[in-house]
Ligand binder design. Structure first.
Ligand code: CP
Length: 321
């Protein structure tokens, strides 16, 4: 099949065969990351700009490594080191970067929908590297690749997503992706951290982690997102760890071949005990390794698409996101 999208903004809009195709393409890129010379000329002459207006370790580094391994030229801009501190709007910033003729923008922003607004105004490909509480498509793709690597398939599996689903773009992207690929998804957490729309997305809901653990082929544990929480959603971190944290005692009830996943960064001792995070069921670092291959595949596939002329006018560029 041919991948014809200009941008990668979310998993919600992808068809199952497109997801499968990106996963297959990612699998084919893995081998490059194990060579002694980890570089191919695929994107030579292309320019990738990383626009990260929220902190990131894994996503930013792996997009940068992926682009460099494909021989693209990469540049980064962050809020604190840009003219946004002088009052320039996000759209003005992008318009000015676009005038330097990049081929790809990789955008992380705290506002849901920010990459979508940019995508409709630029001829460059836009990759959503996490927008607010909305979507984190490359994370879901690397998660699905990791599950497929270990289980051989996604259809028919039971994936339990545990914890702070309300604030999680990772959860939303995974729910769209996993359900399209035929997996059963259970959402489990305290009622204050489970969004009302979850059941309409095809997810079963439970508030009892000890009842969910024995059913799961995959336990996808989420980070408690303090930075996006209003006050009063949890009594305390200690209470949360007691009722929802995964530890050795709880894991005795799990299937023998269960996978423990976490998108990172981990709050050790809160959502995962150190023994579980680093234990035999954990595939957390496999997720990180797959992140490079998945992001190489995304950059490669978007890099093949023919570009139209820029659509953003100077007037539009003055609008703020
Ligand atoms: N999983 C993830 O998005 O991690 P970073 O915030 O470190 O990029």
């Amino acid at each position: 099949m041919h991948f014809k999208r200009k941008d990668l903004l979310g998993i919600q809009e992808l068809r199952a065969e497109e997801i499968e195709f990106i996963l297959d393409t990612s699998a084919s890129f893995k081998e490059i990351n194990h060579r002694s010379i980890k570089k191919v000329p695929t994107l030579r002459g292309k320019t990738v700009i990383h626009v990260f207006y929220e902190p990131s370790t894994r996503t930013r580094m792996s997009f940068d490594i992926a682009a460099k391994r494909l021989s693209a030229d990469t540049y980064s801009i962050t809020t604190s080191a840009s003219s946004m501190v002088k009052g320039e709007t996000f759209l003005d910033t992008i318009k000015n970067l676009e005038a330097m003729k990049p081929d790809v923008f990789v955008i992380r922003h705290s506002a849901s929908g920010a990459p979508h607004r940019i995508a409709s105004r630029t001829s460059a490909a836009v990759i959503n590297a996490g927008d607010g509480m909305h979507e984190h498509p490359s994370q879901a793709l690397l998660d699905m690749l990791t599950i497929r690597d270990h289980k051989g398939h996604l259809d028919g599996l039971t994936v339990a997503i545990l914890g702070d689903i309300a604030h999680s773009r990772v959860a939303r992207s995974n729910i769209w992706g996993l359900t399209k690929m035929g997996a059963r998804v259970i959402g489990c957490g305290p009622p204050t951290l489970i969004p009302a729309e979850l059941e309409t997305m095809g997810v079963s809901v439970s508030h009892r982690v000890d009842e969910v653990i024995p059913k799961a082929d995959v336990l996808m544990v989420l980070r408690l997102q303090h930075e996006r929480m209003s006050q009063g959603l949890l009594p305390s971190l200690r209470e949360y760890a007691k009722w929802f944290g995964l530890n050795d005692r709880r894991m005795r009830k799990a299937k023998k071949d269960v996978l423990i996943m976490h998108p990172g960064p981990i709050n050790r001792g809160v959502e995962l005990s150190p023994e579980v995070a680093d234990g035999p069921y954990s595939v957390i670092l496999d997720q990180v390794t797959n992140g490079v291959a998945v992001r190489m595949a995304i950059l490669y596939l978007l890099g093949q698409v023919e570009r139209q002329e820029p659509a953003m006018s100077v007037t539009e560029a003055r609008l703020s996101v």
